[in-house]
Design a protein around this ligand. Structure first.
Ligand code: BGC
Length: 768
């Protein structure tokens, strides 16, 4: 009996527990109010949600080891990271993957030897920006977004939109422009495209991540005006115009504090002033102090380490960090989580439309190439090559184009089209002996290179030394010479001056020898620049007939270059970054990359954190690119040639007095012989009353549709108050001076075709 009673009591207890459980089940994300989900999380779960699951780095030092191992690889091999799941509350784990030129994942998986997981390598950001075509960039974003979604990834770690402050920045190829308006508009278009597919983006690296040298310890010292007008502006445009799901804080310190630990930046500016509604993640292993990062509003620490996990647990347990901070951050993170494919249980196909995307990659590649030079002889232009005859293809890169940069900006594409393949497919004939000589040279030199390792940029192959005799022989067998000059760079290192910004002696000799011999025979020489950032051109450009800036054009590289060489596509790209005569002409030359300070204490160093502290003062302030130099340059900002010509009509303004806004209109006519598109730029010269201002600033741009010969298009530009503003650090606000403003419509920053002035009566100010 006693036993029976005990048994009955136990059963009652079990029933009671069950009934409370079924009447009060654990709240589920998306079904119950967010506050209930957050309240149901244990402290350990809360901390976990704010960290990535870690990164598998062989032999990583203790402070870089993740809280758990292998999760990302189980989900999408080659992705950059994953977040923790809390299944009992319906919180899944998100997958995050690079990057700006396309999805970066591993193409082969041991478990599925018969299947490949290639992604499309689109052209690098510098090329995309040179198209000045936000619709096309949005189309690229859509295609990238499809691949992200169909390979099971939730957030693409792109676009990257730091400013080209100086040509030697190792990651400039991942970034759009020296100008914040171009950067912001391009990034916004990319975000809109990617996110239209129901996956997220991470605009990066917030902010002032302008070089790789000592990138994890460097302190950027910049004045507020430079930050507001140049370095923050593009991010501001992207946040306001495209609502990216996430922002990635940068590695560097800004005015003494790591950006990932800077509340004034992540909460004050980003969230409060710009009304950002997503979440912020660190760059991989960025910053030092997990508690400061949480307080600053950096919601997710990537890739996540065990050390951070312990530090946050301890901080809450000892009262050093209030749990409400974690709750606030989790709310921001889970709000985005609700939109992800993984939360929506999207069944990804692992089979995106790579063929369709290759077409987009080809189209955008030619749209962003810039024809820098095209001389005329006997009434014919050097390009297009019609009729072509036989082409002598010189330069290693003619046989293996650089499709994109290295590091996290790299993409594992299924193939890439060389220039040789591209021009052969376009019906040109080439010199087969020359091909064989290059092929042999490249394979011998490649065999000498150390094995490829992820994240370690390989030194470029030495350019083949072509003898005078060889060129003479080839010149007599061919009708035109193409010389391709290539450059590559990426994470961890900036570019060099000699042999990189400046052409090497072998390259200069190659151009000089080929030009001398071909010209003697009345034949043309075309240089293709297959580069990610600016190179010096002033010293050699007069030796050659045409220069096509092909940038790093993605996997369809050879086809896209051939489309322009053949004239199938009329070039319409223009420079979004200044090609100066020499490095010293850029104001940043004075203090790039910066100075080394004291040794880091050994306990603060890691695989990522260099041994020394460093700092750089941005003495150039807002004087970046064409704002400082647009005369005496090799090729100015906004410049690019076409196979046709355009005339610009008189600029008409809707009023001569500015109240709230003004509309500028101009008629563009194709006056040449072939159809084409023109990039039209609107610059403003503002009165220099309250503040000193650059001579001109780009305030709007548009690209015409494809205009047939003789066809015209009217372009209208609306100019609002913010388009006239400069930042007054003393007032802490944007100011628009009273006085006379001149609107200048140009084909480039130094080719102004029409101008008109208006007047503004009173000074206006508005809060940032
Ligand atoms: C880069 C980021 C990238 C991240 C993840 C970092 O080294 O700076 O741009 O998104 O790695 O791969």
């Amino acid at each position: 009996m006693k036993n029976f009673r005990a048994l009955a009591r136990n059963w009652l207890l079990v029933l009671l527990v069950f009934s409370t459980m079924s009447s009060n089940p654990a709240p589920q994300l998306g079904e119950n109010p967010m506050s209930e989900v957050i309240a149901a999380l244990t402290l350990e779960e809360k901390v976990s949600l704010l960290l990535g699951t870690g990164m598998d780095i062989p032999n990583a030092p203790a402070d870089m080891q993740g809280p758990v191992v292998g999760i990302t690889n189980d989900r999408v091999p080659g992705a950059a990271g994953t977040t923790f799941a809390v299944p009992r509350l319906g919180i899944p784990s998100m997958v995050l993957a690079d990057g700006p030129a396309g999805l970066r994942i591993t193409p082969n998986r041991e478990a599925q030897p018969d299947k490949t997981f290639y992604a499309t390598a689109f052209p690098v950001a510098t090329l995309l920006a040179s198209s000045w075509d936000t619709d096309l960039v949005e189309a690229v974003g859509k295609a990238m977004g499809d691949e992200v979604k169909e390979y099971g990834v939730d957030i693409l770690l792109a676009p990257a939109l730091n400013i080209h402050r100086y040509p030697l920045g190792g990651r400039n190829f991942e970034y759009y422009s020296e100008d914040p308006l171009v950067s912001g508009k391009m990034a916004a278009a990319m975000v809109r495209g990617v996110q239209s597919r129901g996956v997220g983006t991470s605009i990066k690296h917030f902010v002032a991540n302008n070089h790789e040298w000592n990138r994890n310890t460097i302190n950027i010292i910049a004045d507020e005006r430079a930050l507001r007008e140049i370095y923050l502006k593009g991010f501001e445009i992207a946040v306001k115009e495209s609502s990216p799901w996430t922002v990635m804080s940068s590695y560097n310190k800004l005015n003494g504090t790591y950006t990932s630990e800077k509340a004034e930046l992540l909460t004050g500016i980003l969230r409060n002033q710009w009304k950002f509604e997503g979440f912020v993640m660190t760059d991989w292993f960025g910053g030092r102090d997990a508690i400061a990062q949480m307080l600053a509003g950096n919601e997710l620490l990537m890739p996540g380490t065990g050390v951070q996990q312990k530090a946050l647990m301890r901080a809450v347990e000892t009262g050093a960090l209030d749990q409400s901070v974690l709750d606030r951050n989790i709310e921001n993170l889970l709000t985005i989580m609700l939109k992800t494919p993984v939360f929506k249980k999207h069944k990804f196909s692992n089979n995106p439309n790579l063929e369709g995307h290759a077409k987009i990659a080809r189209e955008v590649a030619s749209a962003g190439m810039v024809l820098l030079q095209n001389t005329t002889q006997n009434d014919t232009r050097a390009l297009p090559l019609k009729p072509a005859g036989t082409i002598g293809l010189f330069g290693n890169n003619s046989y293996q184009l650089v499709t994109g940069g290295t590091g996290s900006g790299d993409v594992n594409e299924a193939y890439s089209i060389s220039l040789l393949q591209g021009i052969q497919a376009a019906g040109f004939s080439t010199h087969s002996l020359l091909e064989h000589t290059y092929a042999r040279y490249i394979s011998v030199e490649k065999a000498k290179q150390p094995a490829w390792q992820p994240f370690i940029p390989q030194a470029p192959l030495a350019e083949r030394n072509v003898s005078y005799k060889e060129v003479v022989a080839i010149a007599s067998d061919t009708d035109v010479a193409i010389v391709t000059i290539g450059r590559n760079s990426g994470e961890f290192a900036d570019r060099k001056s000699e042999g990189d910004f400046y052409l090497s002696k072998i390259e200069k000799d190659l151009i000089a020898t080929i030009s001398g011999i071909y010209h003697e025979q009345g034949k043309k020489v075309v240089v293709i620049l297959n580069i990610g950032g600016v190179v010096e051109t002033a010293s050699w450009r007069n030796q050659v007939d045409a220069i096509l800036l092909a940038w790093q054009p993605g996997q369809e590289a050879g086809y896209a270059i051939a489309d322009i060489l053949s004239g199938d596509i009329n070039p319409s790209g223009k420079l979004a970054t200044t090609f100066a005569m020499k490095l010293e002409d850029y104001p940043a030359a004075e203090n790039f990359p910066g100075v080394v300070l004291e040794e880091m204490p050994p306990n603060e160093r890691s695989l990522f954190v260099q041994a020394k502290r460093a700092e750089v003062i941005y003495k150039d302030s807002f004087r970046v690119g064409y704002r400082a130099i647009n005369t005496q340059v090799a090729f100015p900002f906004g410049f690019g040639l076409s196979y046709t010509e355009f005339s610009y009509g008189e600029l008409a303004l809707s009023s001569t007095q500015f109240v709230d806004s003004i509309t500028a209109s101009v008629v563009i006519t194709n006056t040449g012989a072939v159809p084409g598109r023109e990039v039209v730029q609107l610059y403003i010269a503002a009165p220099q009353n309250t503040l000193v201002k650059p001579a001109i600033e780009l305030r709007a741009f548009k690209k015409t549709r494809r205009l047939e010969t003789g066809e015209s298009q009217t372009l209208n530009f609306d100019i609002g108050l913010s388009d006239l503003s400069s930042f007054d650090a003393d007032r802490g606000s944007w100011v628009v001076d009273a006085g006379q403003y001149t609107v200048k419509i140009g084909a480039s920053s130094s080719d102004i075709r029409s101008r008109e002035s208006f007047h503004k009566k009173k000074l206006s100010t508005f809060a940032p």
